[in-house]
Design a protein around this ligand. Structure first.
Ligand code: HEC
Length: 108
């Protein structure tokens, strides 16, 4: 009887440690997505929107997430806007999605 009890405690412990490592992996993934979005921004958008999203030729994007939905951001990046080129033939849909998600989190 005692052995079963230990076994149960043992498997519970395993479960907890397994979940713990899952969470850190997820966090690492999020950080990776942020990093690649920032790289895409630097290479494609920074010249017009500023190195800290504060805007230059284009408007500042520091609070764009409280103004626009992720879907709207995908649309603007894909087709462009007044004075802004569309990125349909430059970036993949996945890259545009990463940028839109990253920008949609810019709320102050
Ligand atoms: C050639 C300069 C230029 C580049 C490069 C550029 N933009 Fe823009 N962007 C603009 C201009 C100008 C506007 C304003 C358009 C308008 O008022 O309709 C704008 C508007 C936007 C908006 C809407 C903001 C708002 O408040 O209305 C978003 C979002 C945006 N750009 C994101 C991006 C992203 C992401 C990239 C890179 C993939 C990028 N832009 C590259 C010039 C640029």
């Amino acid at each position: 009887m005692k052995a079963i009890k230990y076994l149960m405690i043992g498997s519970l412990f395993l479960l907890v440690t397994a979940c713990g490592s899952g969470a850190t992996e997820e966090q690492a993934e999020v950080a990776d997505a942020d990093k690649s979005a920032m790289k895409l921004y630097k290479n494609n958008c920074m010249s017009c929107h500023g190195n800290d999203l504060s805007g230059r030729v284009g408007p500042g994007l520091q609070q764009v997430g409280s103004k626009m939905t992720e879907e709207k951001l995908v649309e603007i990046i894909t087709v462009g806007a007044n004075g802004m080129p569309g990125y349909e033939n430059v970036l993949s849909a996945e890259e545009i999605g990463q940028l839109a998600k990253w920008l949609s989190e810019k709320k102050e």
